[in-house]
Ligand binder design. Structure first.
Ligand SMILES: Nc1nc2c(ncn2[C@@H]2O[C@H](COP(=O)(O)OP(=O)(O)OP(=O)(O)O)[C@@H](O)[C@H]2O)c(=O)[nH]1
Ligand SMILES: [Zn+2]
Length: 184
């Protein structure tokens, strides 16, 4: 585990490294955005916790990989604003509308720290586990070489169906129903 401090925001990030990640071969990688509720408190409203577990499982199975745990809670709006967004969602807003009602863009994340983190770890290119093509684009724009996008579809359940639908419909996530491993 390697810790990093973002001197601009003061946020502390973590990299979990498995095996020898040096060399030319692209490294299996997950850039995971913090979700306290899903990652640590077992919330079923989203798929974050399931994706975190599955990404770590695949990395350990491969014996080589990296997970950057990025402190961008609530797609960058922070935990308390995400809780407010959840209240709005309980009154009928979807995840994008709730952000907008609070005065935020749908996705406020910033991936500029990923390149220096990967460089520090000696990682030249990644096989990125994500369903989000905008994340691939944002990382490439930040200078990260993404050799391949690896789908990460896990954790669909009856509580997050609408949330996943909005990610596909409004945020451009590439997910196919038949590829989901359900979680009840
Ligand atoms: N604002 C807001 N953020 C949310 C909500 N649900 C989850 N999040 C945050 O969304 C982030 C995860 O982003 P997602 O859009 O689920 O997935 P992604 O990282 O873009 O894409 P993948 O790589 O495929 O997981 C985490 O920071 C969560 O805290 C919500 O309803 N509102
Ligand atoms: Zn989540």
């Amino acid at each position: 585990m390697v810790g990093f401090e973002d001197t601009v925001t003061g946020k502390e990030h973590v990299a979990l490294v498995c095996g020898d990640v040096s060399g030319d071969a692209p490294v299996l990688a997950r850039m995971h955005s913090e979700c306290l509720t899903g990652d640590s408190l077992f919330s079923l409203r989203c798929d974050c916790g399931f994706q975190l577990q599955e990404a770590l499982r695949r990395i350990s199975e491969e014996g080589r990989g990296v997970l950057l745990y990025l402190r961008q809670e609530g797609r960058g709006i922070g935990l308390l604003n995400k809780i407010k967004a959840y209240h709005l969602q309980d009154q009928g807003a979807d995840t994008v509308e709730a952000n907008e009602q609070l005065g935020f863009a749908a996705d406020m994340r910033d991936y500029s720290l990923c390149l220096p983190m990967l460089k520090h770890l000696g990682i030249q290119s990644v096989r990125l586990m994500t369903n989000n093509p905008r994340k691939v684009k944002a990382l490439e724009a930040a200078g990260v070489t993404v050799a391949e996008r690896v789908p990460l579809q896990v954790g669909k359940n009856r509580h997050n169906e609408g949330y996943l639908q909005t990610k596909m419909g409004k945020l451009g996530h590439m997910m196919q129903d038949e590829h989901f491993r359900d979680q009840e």
